[in-house]
Design a binder for this molecule. Sequence first.
Ligand code: SME
Length: 161
Amino acid sequence: MYIDVEYPENRGDFYKLLREQLALYAGGESDRTAALANASAVLKLAFPQANWAGFYLTAGEELILGPFQGRPAVTRIPFGAGVCGAAWREGRAQVVEDVSCFEGHIACDCASHSEIVIPLRGEDGTIWGVLDMDSAEFAAFDQEDEAGLTASTEVLRRFAS
Ligand code: SME
């Protein structure tokens, strides 16, 4: 059963609690779909400024939509396409303050103005998917979120491959 938590304003404390929540609701589950479904729910609850939080999983030369919370979204993203594909191709997080300025951005919800995408790596460094979060606010995510989300999503590493 989910127990509501109040996320602290202090970013260090916020990310400590987020990591604990991800470990609690996703880290102990062995099924990837179930774990990522709960992880997307935890993330959506933790970020009231997010209108979409979820996962795209690598499959050959594309990313395929995985568990998420939000409006229906594009199901397949080719390698290198959009913000998600850029994170995969470049092997680094993308923090986009205004998606209209990101060439090739794939619009799923026209209400979204900013976005963060975090590559998810396995033990061997291979990217097995990305975490994508969108917001109707401009510049809703920053470098601290990049660091915090990168660290927090380490609890999902077991789902590589
Ligand atoms: N905006 C993303 C596509 C996925 S949706 O935002 C959920 C992109 O440009 O890759």
